[in-house]
Design a protein around this ligand. Structure first.
Ligand code: B1M
Length: 212
């Protein structure tokens, strides 16, 4: 078996230590970091996601697989992120209230750092008030919200409403994303941009700040 396949296999078993060591091994073997990410780490998570949907595995197994993925990402991050010298701007990023999914959000944060943003990650289960307070505190250019559940998507809208209420909506570029989110929803809630993946989010954020 190849190292990439091993990463996927051990991730599915939730073996964080092995995943970390294998990601390092793959880098030592000069594997492309994007292949390690997309085929090894995310490939393993896609399989777990399918099994979860089909009731073949349950929350605990998914949780340990997610921890293993995040562990692998810590090794991969310096290779995926080649930070430029010029700071592009400041971003506050988090997963919205009620939602604990952080893998996609972490990837977006990583890519934003990669294109030169200073990133403040407010974590998961983030209420609208926290997005607002942090954005004001760090004088952010962009607020990025992630949601993975159809039930938590409306909290993106609630955050935008709060920004409007406080009269600061126009101070920020608001970006939304996550598996159930789409362009139409972003428009409905008054977000500035929806992007489907981490790399696109980073590119669009950079362009938007430069054009601001
Ligand atoms: Co959950 N979960 N989960 N889960 N989980 C999903 C999302 C689900 C689709 C699984 C399923 O049923 N098929 C389903 C949601 C159904 C729905 O609402 N439509 C689901 C459910 C139901 C639940 C629970 C309710 C289960 C339960 O308790 N019965 C529960 C909810 C907990 C909560 O949040 N309150 C729950 C819990 C969990 C775990 C804790 C076990 C774990 C999360 C661990 C963690 O994140 N640390 C987990 C996981 C891992 C998943 C799946 C399997 C994988 C998600 C993932 O990390 N994907 C997921 C199934 C699936 O998506 N196939 C599932 C990899 C990641 C890289 O992709 O996050 O989509 P993603 O990010 C992408 C893009 O979306 C985009 O960029 C990334 C790619 O570059 N993106 C952005 C993300 N944010 C962005 C922001 C942007 C732009 C792009 O701009 C700002």
């Amino acid at each position: 078996m190849s190292t990439i396949q091993d990463i996927s296999t051990f991730l599915q078993k939730g073996r964080a230590k092995n995943v970390k060591a294998l990601v390092q091994q793959a880098l030592d073997e000069n594997e492309d970091p994007k292949v390690i990410l997309n085929e090894g780490l995310l490939g393993g998570m896609v399989i777990i996601g399918e099994k979860f949907k089909n009731n073949e595995v349950f929350v605990p197994e998914v949780l340990v697989a997610a921890r293993a993925l995040n562990a692998g990402l810590t090794i991969l991050e310096p290779k995926l992120v080649e930070v430029g010298n010029e700071p592009v701007g400041k971003v506050v990023i988090g997963t919205v209230k009620g939602d604990l999914h952080d893998i996609g959000k972490n990837l977006v944060a990583m890519m934003l750092k990669g294109v030169g943003f200073e990133v403040t990650d407010v974590g998961v289960d983030v209420p609208p008030e926290t997005f607002l307070e942090k954005a004001e505190e760090v004088n952010a250019d962009v607020i990025c919200m992630s949601a993975l559940l159809t039930t938590t998507m409306p909290n993106m809208g609630a955050t935008i409403e709060l920004l409007q209420e406080k009269g600061v909506r126009d101070n920020y570029i608001v970006m939304v994303g996550g598996a159930p989110v789409n362009e139409k929803f972003a428009e409905q809630i008054g977000a500035d941009y929806y992007t489907p993946d981490a790399a696109t989010c980073a590119e669009v954020a950079k362009k938007a700040v430069q054009e601001k």
